[in-house]
Write a protein that binds this ligand. Structure first.
Ligand code: AMP
Ligand code: ZN
Length: 664
């Protein structure tokens, strides 16, 4: 085989594996094997640029930067959909269309995915363009970003038309969304409000490698253009599936409006079991000939109808807006509401996000507001009932000073959030940093909780995390709710934290944007705090997965004298500020390429130790079982749903001992 053939074969293989993994969710090789093949291909392509292919699987990681997205006129207009809300609406619709076409009408029912709509153009089986809906007539060319979405095929399989457009929705599944948000919170950033906006924002990122990092998915539902003998909607879904597109399997062919309603009722109840957000269902006339006869109104196809699920909404009175100060100084406005029942829970507070949001919705104290619970955990206010507004109410004036320390707030360019810049003297920031330091994923200090930290700060006993190591028992005992025993525990817990490994100390320091994962990356790469302090911005950016924002934040942190002094003090107390020699010696590649899920209670090691053992030996730890899982390590009382899932996916379940013997 010559080089070109070798390259082409690797590309073909990787494309198939990619499809198995992202479209079918049924991988046949391990992540490790996949990575190895990808690496080989990358090396070959680098050596032989003459065989460049813009659709190579190596280009999924992105990297191209778009400053201005080109405007593209859609060849076939992207319509919106008419909405219906009741059985009567649907029967009316059926009556209308029956007047316009002959013969029996069958329908497909599909889920209405809630994301960003996209139009993909394929020529000779190759993705040539991806355009956002825009105003329906023209949209933005976001091809470079869409190419990084793994479930979008760059090359098709089977017997596809030589040129066609296919439409779908780009969504951010809940799990990936929650994970992104958790990482943001841990890194001191504001979480994203909801999956839909985050998905559509992801398409317009300038740096495609940023888009590549987001766990987006693309679900297809409509072929336009040359249909090559396809005669029905249900058939076109099947065809698209064969060509390699991800087409969810919930769609169903039905023969009457009553069957449509059963589909609606079923999914209204079960939609929360789906991995992504849906906001209704879409009903389409199945026969394409009939569709053509029905055509379009100015706004929407006559042959399709959306049926919107009722959003879980309630109205109540906003009593007060309060402001919270986070450990990074970020200010979050919170709505305090008259308690109201919403989607099964009593809601008293709702997020108001930031000043712009309050102004945009013109939210005022004593207003009657509408509260909605969508995909997000904290309910949000979606609008004001203006008819009920008090005549003499005044627009909300956003605070200009920190509610805790009265320092004038600042707002950085391009950021929605206000900040209190009083890094050194603002109590919630001081308390927040220490609370972060002692938290479970950071130093995990036993015998010391968040409330005690507040108490210690208020009593003037500590003002930063280094002060913890100077605390003496006799200072602690007199505190509220403290006793001999608990004071001992607290001091011991602090002493024991000196054994916490470097990567967690690095996370504990509370450097903005340095979450758990980033801290691990930095620790592994630099091996000591000294090396990180000396690292340049360019050096940092060159570390895998470290971007400019993180690099700048790290530089900023260590350019502050107080922080350097804190580090020196921690060094003096014996806190682990470099990777221990023992750890370096203990690290192996034994579990390279294997993904583990840990479940249950263990005898010989704790859950956290077990996870650490997996990572130290090159394995990956994941929290949920999927086709990517290599092994489930099961202790006593493993969860029944996990067990069922593991059995269903035929994943090996091993005991603690079996695991330990693997790494012996
Ligand atoms: P709307 O934005 O409420 O007018 O609804 C129309 C949008 O629903 C379309 O532009 C699509 O982006 C989206 N949509 C989601 N799922 C489907 C589906 N199965 N069929 C057609 N459109 C869908
Ligand atoms: Zn402040």
């Amino acid at each position: 085989m010559n080089i070109e053939q070798q390259i082409n074969q690797l590309r073909e293989e990787l494309r198939q594996h990619n499809y198995n993994y992202y479209v079918l969710d049924a991988a046949v090789i391990s992540d490790y094997e996949f990575d190895m093949k990808l690496k080989t291909l990358q090396e070959l392509e680098k050596k032989h640029p003459e065989f460049y292919d813009p659709n190579s699987p190596t280009l999924r990681v992105g990297g191209e930067v778009t400053k201005n997205f080109e405007t593209v006129v859609h060849e076939h207009r992207m319509y919106s959909l008419d909405n219906s809300y009741s059985r009567e609406d649907l029967l009316d619709w059926e009556k209308r269309i029956k007047k316009l076409v002959d013969g029996e009408i069958n329908y497909t029912c599909e889920l209405k995915y809630d994301g960003a709509s996209i139009s993909l153009t394929y020529e000779e089986g190759v993705l040539v363009r991806a355009v956002t809906r825009g105003d329906g007539i023209q949209g933005d060319n976001v091809t470079t970003n869409v190419k990084t979405i793994n479930s979008v095929p760059l090359k098709l399989k089977g017997d596809f038309p030589s040129k066609f457009d296919i439409r779908g929705e780009i969504v951010l599944p809940y799990e990936g969304f929650a994970k992104m948000n958790q990482e943001r919170i841990e890194a001191g950033e504001e979480p994203y409000a909801n999956p839909r906006n985050t998905a559509s924002g992801s398409l317009k990122l300038q740096d495609s490698s940023e888009t590549a990092k987001r766990p987006l998915d693309c679900l297809l539902y409509n072929i336009t253009g040359n249909k090559i003998g396809i005669t029905s909607q249900i058939e076109s879904l099947e065809k698209a599936r064969v060509w390699g597109f991800k087409v969810p399997s919930e769609s169903k062919l039905v023969h009457s409006i009553d069957e449509v309603l059963s589909f609606v009722n079923y999914w209204d109840e079960h939609r929360h079991d789906l991995p992504y957000e849906t906001d209704g269902i879409v009903i389409k006339v199945n026969d394409l000939q009939q569709q053509e006869e029905l055509g379009f109104t100015a706004k929407a196809p006559r042959w399709a109808m959306a049926y919107k699920f009722k959003a879980e909404q309630a109205s109540t009175i906003l009593r007060e807006i309060t402001y919270q100060v986070g450990r990074t100084g970020a200010i979050t406005p919170v709505a305090n509401l008259d308690p109201v029942l919403l989607a099964g829970t009593t809601v008293k507070r709702a997020s108001l996000h930031n000043a712009d949001q309050i102004e945009k919705l013109d939210i005022r104290v004593e207003d009657t507001v509408f509260v909605e619970k969508g995909g997000e955990i904290i309910p949000k206010i979606i609008g004001v009932d203006f008819q009920k507004r008090n005549q003499n109410s005044k627009p909300t004036l956003y605070i200009t000073e920190c509610p805790e320390c009265n320092t004038p707030l600042i707002r950085k360019e391009g950021e929605a959030q206000h900040y209190c810049p009083n890094y050194k003297g603002c109590t919630p920031q001081i308390v927040g940093r220490i609370q972060h330091y002692i938290s479970r994923k950071a130093m995990d200090i036993e015998g010391l909780g968040g409330e005690t930290v507040t108490l210690l700060v208020n009593e003037g006993l500590i003002t930063n995390y280094a002060d913890l190591y100077e605390l003496r028992k006799e200072q602690v005992v007199p505190l509220e709710r403290m006793a001999e025993k608990s004071a001992d525990n607290l001091i011991n817990g602090i002493q024991k934290s000196k054994e916490i490994p470097f990567e967690r100390v690095l996370f504990a320091l509370g450097i903005r944007y340095v979450g758990e994962t980033v801290a691990k990356k930095l620790a592994k790469h630099y091996k000591s705090i000294q090396a990180i302090i000396e690292a340049t911005e360019e050096g940092l950016v060159n570390v895998d997965e470290i971007g400019i924002k993180i690099a700048q934040s790290v530089r900023e942190f260590f350019s502050i004298d107080e922080n350097k002094e804190l580090i020196n003090r921690l060094l003096g107390y014996g806190v682990q500020l470099e990777i221990s020699a023992e750890k370096l010696a203990n690290q192996t590649d034994t579990l390279q390429g294997q993904t583990f899920v840990v479940s249950g209670v263990f005898e010989k090691v704790s859950r956290n130790e077990l996870k650490k053992l997996i990572e130290d030996n090159g394995g990956k730890v994941s929290s949920s079982i999927s086709s990517k899982t290599s092994f489930v390590v099961a202790g006593a009382n493993m969860g029944p749903s996990k067990l069922e899932k593991a059995n269903k996916l035929e994943i090996s379940i091993i005991s603690e001992d079996e695991f330990l013997s693997k790494i012996k």
